[in-house]
Design a protein around this ligand. Sequence first.
Ligand SMILES: [Zn+2]
Ligand SMILES: [Zn+2]
Length: 369
Amino acid sequence: MKALVYHGPGQIAWEEKPLPTLQEPGDVLVRISKTTICGTDLAILKGGVATVTPGRIIGHEATGHIVAVGSAVSDFRVGDHVIIPCTSSCGRCESCRKGLFSSCERGGWQIGNTIDGLQAEFARIPLADSSLHRIPVGMNEEAALMLADILPTGLEVGVLKAEVGLGDTIAVLGAGPVGLATIMAAQFFSPAETIVVDLDDHRLEKARELGATTTINNRDGKAYDKIMALTNGRGVDVAIEVIGNPATCQLAQDIIGPGGRMANIGIYSKSVELHKEVLWTRNITIRMGVVNTNTIPVLLRMIQACKLDPTLLITHHYPLEQIVEAYEVFKNAAREQAIKIVLTNTSAPAAEGEATLIREIVAQVLARL
Ligand SMILES: [Zn+2]
Ligand SMILES: [Zn+2]
């Protein structure tokens, strides 16, 4: 099969790899039908994710069809159409029992990190019963694909942790794919004002389409003054930081008003300052985390009820075999006006790939007898 392989900082290649095989009884094998590139993949490409070693197939957001199931898998069958979330969970460890799937002792973010990922024609998915979600019949597959990471991340780590509520004034700092997903998810809770700060006018325009009431291009560095003017000097009720750099972290601290809640989605590569000497009198709450993906079922219901359309985040489509070109577009997202890029597995004739896979599985079973 073909897959996108990371070969060290700045180096990726679309190349031939062996078909994955079932390794644990709880595994399934999936023929990937759609996948997408995440900001985290760009961080990997820069060498910024130490756990991803050269030779790894990357990618952690996809949909596909199950083509083989391990002996312990009870809830999924060959042919099932599924979302493969970025987080795997066993459902049984102490963390999973608290709903903290991202801290699962046997799972967490493994796919496209410490095990081979989903930017490939086929993938092995561990802990299938407690990790996968069936795509409802008739649902737009590309809408479902957006639930593999960015929509749950915006909802769980941003909106729910910051307790966005009716009539709040919220600020979302960063309007990349996850920031935009956060704006969409925030609208479920009817904030009065949604202020969005970014440096890219195209993304800010998209933010307005998705619910932003005020957008601020902070190229002039005046976001603080503008937000304080908009809130009559009071500051915002909620600040959600989606970039992960010292300047936006500071802006979130500066604009948060009395009783405010700050949520941190951005991934920091170095330490930042937290000014408790100023913040303590304002009674603020600060929360952060990694997506658990346990809101996927509720997001699926919202799509079915026509109250959420994640396809609004998709700007580009490519066949999967042109993924290296798609990475170039995503790397230059501002110039290319790219938000989410969908890659469709059209290159491998499904029947042929599956027949090869089934021959492999039969050979493995026979070898064990
Ligand atoms: Zn992602
Ligand atoms: Zn677990």
